[in-house]
Design a binder for this molecule. Structure first.
Ligand code: GAR
Length: 195
């Protein structure tokens, strides 16, 4: 039996997508293991979730480093120490820089709560509501140097109903994310080799 693909989950907040990935692994729907959780917010809820699952967690504060290249190198050291194959961004609210890209491009994906290229960047859900669109959704894409611009891997649409609040649209979108992300990761890793 070959070794399982190792994922690193990068997150900045609640970690519901992280949790959905752990659940899919436990349910045998995703043949991988979480080798590391990386978090740039020391108070984020995802940290507690990762600890409950006994996962190694690398926590950093960007302000403690001179520049992005320096903390990204520190992240790479951790990723290498834990023999990580794929980087899964799950609510990591930071633009990935050239240091990480050089090492992991093609093995680094993100989930975004809109149908890209519509509404990139912060608060995609608020942007969609403000624009009055009738359809929004979820996009999973490879990371490149832009803000939510990498090649699209999977998308799923959501109807935006009249009068829907931010919270309601977010809940609907996250339900889709929690199913689509583990399924898409499984498809990707079953296609590729590890490093
Ligand atoms: C998710 O909805 C994800 O799509 C979004 O942050 C949320 C994180 O939730 N990501 C972005 O907006 C990235 N631009 P979670 O911490 O509960 O998984």
């Amino acid at each position: 039996m070959s070794a399982k693909i190792k994922l690193a989950i990068f997150a900045s907040g609640t970690g519901s997508n992280y949790q959905a990935i752990e659940q899919a692994i436990r349910a045998g729907k995703l043949e991988a293991e979480v080798g590391l959780v990386v978090c740039d917010q020391p108070e984020a809820k995802v940290i507690e979730k990762a600890r409950q699952n006994n996962r190694p967690v690398f926590i950093f504060k960007a302000v403690d480093y001179q520049e992005k290249a320096v903390f990204e190198q520190a992240i790479i050291n951790e990723l290498e120490m834990h023999a990580v194959d794929w980087i899964i961004l799950a609510g990591y609210m930071r633009l990935v820089g050239s240091t990480l890209l050089k090492r992991y491009q093609g093995r680094m994906i993100n989930i975004h709560p809109s149908l890209l290229p519509a509404f990139p960047g912060l608060d995609a859900i608020g942007q969609a509501l403000k624009a009055g669109v009738k359809v929004s959704g979820v996009t999973i894409h490879y990371i490149d140097s832009g803000m939510d611009t990498g090649e699209i891997i999977a998308q799923e649409a959501v109807n935006v109903k009249i009068g829907m609040t931010h919270e309601q649209l977010q809940t609907t979108i996250q339900q889709i994310e929690h199913d689509l992300y583990p399924r898409t990761i499984q498809q990707l890793i079953s296609k590729g080799d590890s490093f």
